[in-house]
Design a protein around this ligand. Structure first.
Ligand code: FEO
Length: 169
């Protein structure tokens, strides 16, 4: 396998773990506001990001590649309003999409069809992640500034349950 593809795959493990950290930090922010539903949503989001990291790790291992874990950066965003993490999450998911696309591009350049096929799941997943993040912003803007509306949104996000990723390696 091409060295640059390997490096990007390994780096993506760290990026996904950072995503988990970022979403845990958002869950902490909402927990402090007693918005337990939003906190639940981002706690589960963090679990999903850890799953993404494990999928990259497993893919590398299945291909006999050495995995190296690096330090996870500190989530350093400061949130002041209920809306702030929602906007940060949407921005972050677009950044992750760009990272996935960059690995895909490199795999394509190197005719690494196996890695492209592996990444297809993440390409679809990123569309869903961006859509969900945008929807949370839109729904907050529509309903969330009214206390009753915010209460109902929070109740709804409290119902989110963890499901394991549909991709199995
Ligand atoms: Fe691992 Fe939210 O993308």
């Amino acid at each position: 396998m091409n060295e640059k593809v390997i490096k990007l795959l390994n780096e993506q493990i760290n990026k996904e773990l950072y995503s988990a950290y970022l979403y845990m930090d958002m869950a902490i922010f909402y927990d402090a506001l007693d918005l337990d539903g939003y906190a639940n949503y981002y706690t589960i989001q963090a679990q999903e990001e850890r799953d993404h990291a494990l999928l990259f790790m497993k893919y590398m291992q299945n291909n006999g590649l050495k995995v190296t874990l690096d330090a996870i950066a500190k989530p350093d965003k400061v949130y002041a309003t209920v809306l702030d993490p929602l906007v940060a999450a949407a921005e972050h998911e677009r950044y992750v999409t760009a990272l996935i696309n960059a690995i895909y591009h490199e795999a394509h350049e190197n005719k690494d069809y196996r890695t492209m096929k592996f990444l297809d799941w993440f390409v679809d997943e990123q569309m869903e992640e961006e859509d969900n993040a945008d929807s949370m912003i839109n729904r907050y803007n529509l309903f969330g500034q009214d206390p009753k509306g915010l209460y109902l949104l929070d109740q709804e996000y409290a119902t989110r349950v963890y499901t394991a990723p549909s991709l199995a390696l």
